[in-house]
Design a protein around this ligand. Structure first.
Ligand code: G3H
Ligand code: ZN
Length: 284
């Protein structure tokens, strides 16, 4: 199967009230662990790569690895740019075959974010590529996207309505109390805000920084309009944790296949858990 636009995957999720994982790829083991878990659970999948991951893996390697991964798959898969920072990066990803992009203009003032997102939407939609945007500012750090606690800003429902109407985006990442990376304390999600935003918008909403959010809160958010849940840190922890355990227990171990393989299995098990509680199992 070839890659599908993310809008197709999210449309079904929105109509049937479940969420699909936006799972980050950091290397080949992540890609394999993630896609094998989705295939075994018969779940649709959004494979996403940050600019940092593209730089680390290399664009050609990344796109061709993903093409190889989806060649014989029976599930719907989108390849999505995570937190795209500029028009140029986005155009490059579209040219290379991404079926979806995120333009993250959240660091800019509201009007500028609208203006720049609109340009991305125009170009992406002309070739059938989906666009996710961000409004408000999600705290924490992911690669080069760093927002101090004092600068994090919740999404305003009025602005969300105006933003979607003026830009025509397909999905919107909202800030309701989640943060990228490891949390300093227990996250307090603003469910009233989510409810209000969802009542004003018809497009799918996206929850970023979901790794440290308790399972019951993610489930609740999914019942209230979240249709895409982004996870990266949890899989990094699963992979590295397994490798650390194996190397600590056996100082003579040197064959990377003997620790990267189990690391990949650990990612796969985590992905299956997420798919289960996002509700995307058997929806491929
Ligand atoms: O864009 C990616 C995510 O929002 C992942 O966040 O690393 O906290 O799971 P996380
Ligand atoms: Zn994110």
């Amino acid at each position: 199967m070839s890659l599908v636009p993310m809008a197709d995957i999210l449309k079904k999720a929105n109509e049937e009230y479940y969420a699909v994982g936006g799972f980050n790829i950091n290397n080949m083991e992540f890609l394999q662990g993630i896609i094998w878990a989705a295939e075994e659970t018969n779940s649709p999948l959004i494979l996403q790569a940050s600019e940092g991951a593209i730089k680390y893996i290399g664009m050609d390697y990344l796109v061709n690895m993903v093409k190889a991964a989806v060649k014989d798959t029976h599930i719907s898969v989108a390849l999505h740019l995570d937190h795209g920072s500029s028009y140029d990066v986005i155009m490059r990803c579209i040219r290379e075959g991404f079926s979806s992009v995120m333009y993250d203009g959240s660091k800019y003032p509201f009007k500028q974010n609208i203006r720049m997102t609109k340009e991305v939407v125009k170009a992406a939609h002309s070739v059938g590529v989906t666009v996710e945007a961000e409004l408000g500012k999600i705290g924490g750090a992911e690669d080069d996207v760093k927002v101090e606690d004092k600068d994090a800003k919740f999404t305003k429902p009025d602005e969300a309505e105006e933003f979607v109407e003026k830009t025509g985006v397909d999905a919107l990442a909202i800030a309701i109390g989640t943060a990228h990376g490891v949390y300093k304390g227990k996250p307090e999600l603003d469910f009233d805000r989510l409810k209000e935003i969802n009542s004003r918008l018809e497009i799918p909403l996206v929850l970023h920084g979901a790794s440290g959010v308790p399972e019951e809160d993610v489930r609740r958010a999914v019942t209230m309009g979240i249709n895409k849940v982004n996870v990266n840190t949890n899989f990094q922890q699963a992979f590295t944790g397994k490798i650390r355990e194996l190397l600590d227990n056996d100082p003579k171990l040197y064959d990377p296949r003997k620790y990267c393989g189990p690391g990949r299995d650990a990612i796969k098990a985590k992905v299956k858990e997420k798919i289960e509680f996002f509700g995307s199992k058997n929806r491929a």
